[in-house]
Design a protein around this ligand. Structure first.
Ligand SMILES: NC(=O)c1ccc[n+]([C@@H]2O[C@H](COP(=O)([O-])OP(=O)(O)OC[C@H]3O[C@@H](n4cnc5c(N)ncnc54)[C@H](OP(=O)(O)O)[C@@H]3O)[C@@H](O)[C@H]2O)c1
Length: 211
């Protein structure tokens, strides 16, 4: 399978490396293309740097938008016609830094990141919020945990997107567990009760039920 990863910074680079380790072929894209080219060279022949974001989607079965929340909509608008009938995976957390360097939520209370992103996507795109529920360092070190795989939570309203993202999560070396629909994606974000939780399946299921 081939996945496009748009955004090859802190979290996008780890997603790409985990997927490549699991056998996924990758098409990478970044703002100035340098970081995508550098990452593709490190991963090897199964990853290529695309010319631009639209080119990244050529022949891709799915796309991961590993972008800061503030640039997500503009990139979605740029590639919208290529997103119809495709899995769109979004690890973005709705946060930014204030003048003091503190992490602040940029969506009003009660508005979920998943529902906002879904509203930006064209009809026919299948969205799942996933791969953003841990800090990049924790995500990096938790792949292919032994003896039991660590869980990666995801949220989606779409059954087919659920099946597809579960496959990608397994490829990345984690056990997928659905937290619920897109209205539940805030539980995965920074500040959510499931963020940075590295747990096995049984504990994951009890955490979901216990909210
Ligand atoms: N880092 C983490 O620990 C972590 C963990 C969980 C979730 N997240 C979430 O993941 C998202 C990305 O975070 P990050 O830490 O990976 O950010 P980052 O290190 O700043 O990386 C952002 C990436 O987006 C690329 N980019 C920016 N504008 C673009 C455009 N118009 N077209 C294509 N690529 C573009 C940048 O390209 P260049 O490389 O060329 O600048 C960079 O590769 C955020 O929403 C964050 O909340 C991050």
């Amino acid at each position: 399978m081939t996945t496009a990863v748009i955004g090859t910074g802190g979290v996008g680079s780890v997603i790409a490396r985990h997927l490549a380790s699991g056998g996924e072929t990758l098409r990478l894209s970044s703002a100035d293309s340098k970081s995508a080219r550098t990452l593709a060279a490190k991963i090897g022949p199964t990853a290529v740097a695309a010319v631009d974001n639209r080119d990244a989607l050529q022949g891709a079965d799915a796309v991961v938008l590993a972008l800061r929340f503030g640039v997500l909509k503009s990139v979605i608008d740029e590639i919208a016609d290529s997103l119809t009938d495709r899995l769109v995976v979004v690890p973005s957390n709705p946060v930014s830094l204030d003048a003091q360097g503190n992490v602040v939520r940029i969506l009003p209370k009660g508005q979920s990141s998943g529902e906002v992103v879904a509203g930006w996507l064209p009809a026919g795109a299948r969205v799942a919020m996933a791969f953003g529920s841990m800090s990049a360092a924790l995500f990096e070190s938790s792949s292919n945990r032994s003896p039991d795989l660590a869980v990666l939570f995801y949220a989606t309203d779409d059954d087919r997107a659920g099946e597809e993202v579960e496959q990608l999560i397994r490829t990345a070396g984690f056990e997928p567990v659905k937290v619920g629909g897109l209205d539940q994606s805030g539980r995965l974000d920074v500040g959510g009760d499931l963020h940075d939780r590295v747990v096995g399946t049984a504990e994951a299921r009890s955490l979901i039920g216990g909210a």
